[in-house]
Design a protein around this ligand. Structure first.
Ligand code: BGC
Length: 389
């Protein structure tokens, strides 16, 4: 065919009128995962390009040569990609357009429930209480569609950090009462719609200092299990995520807060104990009980004045890198859930989402809005990393 400018233009117009280009397939055959297997035993958590770009920008801003060299290595650590707003779903097709090795699993955090973060302010979300239909159609359905379009890519999902745990322990707060119905309906819907062959799912279970209290174990397990059952006991469901964006040690014994006066009421003094005890309660309640545990920022302990302090803990360090070598049959993997360097909440007391926990003496200040990059905090995590980079 003879080409000239006019025919090239016509061709370009025709191409741009076609449906969006077929996305690059990670593997050359469909992926088949199952809730009865540990996907992390055969897949590596993918170092996503979103966090890589944040880290690479951070590296540019560091002048000290040895710190710069150490910082660059963080870009290669696998971590979860947060889809924390409808607009940020866009991060997913962007990621899927990059090279993802066939043996990598892409970790995603589903995090946009109506009335999000009901017992705190720092991560209050875009959807109001009552907007569960928008959550379904504008958020979950869109994500489900993208996952279906990419059957050759493996995905691991963390479903809605903190949501159901808040209904167990913070239901005396009006905002959590108002949110409860939407949380249960929304999480069940997510579990149903995202139950795809190329996906494994973990429902968030807080951490040992939350549902690990003796009195919370059974009610917590019943809350999570009832939502799992309402979703039809999905086949791709594997268990729980713990310590997401948290600070607890995996196996420090007897545990960071074991000297506290209330310690006798909590036998889950580290995350390993928590997975064991809560796992047993889940089993009784009829829910799969394997776990992934966030070790992204738990390299240093002994920093918090109280167990419940959750915001930008000062002096923290990166922890163990993602691995399925956990030494515990119930624990599928250590993962980096919270991308270290992104803030937990603003320390600006005049901001709408200012939460007093982010102004505590053991919280790092100044800190930007939740999810925003904090260069100084990243450098601190790096300097205090254990193991070192
Ligand atoms: C924030 C999200 C952010 C996530 C990961 C959460 O606390 O609310 O906006 O994506 O942390 O940094």
């Amino acid at each position: 065919m003879k080409t000239n400018t006019a025919s090239l233009l016509a061709l370009a117009t025709a191409v741009s009128a076609l449906p969006s280009p077929v996305q690059k397939r990670a593997c050359d055959a469909p992926v088949k995962l199952s809730g009865s297997e540990n996907a992390f035993a055969s897949y590596t958590l993918h170092p996503n390009s979103f966090y890589r770009a944040e880290v690479e920008a951070a590296v540019e801003a560091i002048s000290d040569a040895s710190l710069k060299e150490a910082a660059a290595k963080v870009a290669d650590v696998g971590s979860f990609l947060w889809l924390d707003t409808i607009a940020n779903i866009e991060r997913l097709p962007t990621e899927l357009a990059t090279e993802i090795p066939c043996d990598n699993i892409l970790g995603l955090v589903i995090y946009d429930l109506p009335g999000r973060d009901c017992a705190a302010k720092a991560s209050n979300g875009e959807l109001a209480v009552g907007e569960v239909d928008r959550y379904k159609t504008e958020y979950i359905d869109v994500i489900a569609g993208i996952l279906k379009e990419n059957p050759n890519q493996a995905f691991a999902l963390i479903i809605e950090p903190d949501s159901l745990p808040n209904l167990v322990t913070n239901i005396d707060e009006q905002a959590c009462q108002d949110s409860a119905e939407g949380y249960r309906e929304g999480v069940a819907y997510a579990l149903e719609q995202l139950n795809l062959d190329n996906v494994v799912m973990y429902m968030d279970a807080g951490h040992g200092g939350w549902l690990g209290w003796d009195a919370n174990l059974d009610p917590g397990a019943e809350e999570l299990a009832s939502v799992y059952k309402a979703a039809g006991s999905p086949s791709q469901f594997r268990g729980i995520s713990t310590n997401i964006a948290g600070w607890n040690s995996f196996d420090l014994t007897p545990g960071e807060f074991s000297d506290a006066t209330d310690a006798p009421y909590n036998s889950a003094q580290n995350e390993q104990q928590y997975v064991k005890l809560f796992g047993a309660a889940l089993k009784t309640a009829g829910m799969p009980n394997h776990a992934i545990v966030d070790t992204g920022r738990n390299g240093v302990t002994g920093l918090r004045e109280e167990w419940g302090h959750w915001c930008n803990v000062d002096g923290a360090g990166f922890g163990v890198r993602p691995t399925s070598d956990t030494g515990d049959e119930l624990v599928d993997a250590f993962v980096w859930g919270k991308p270290g360097g992104e803030s937990d909440g603003t320390s600006d007391t005049s901001a709408d989402r200012y939460d007093s926990f982010c102004g505590m003496p053991d919280a790092y200040t100044p800190s930007p809005e939740a999810g925003q990059w904090n260069q100084a905090y990243f450098e601190m995590l790096l300097k205090n990393a254990k193991p070192a980079f």
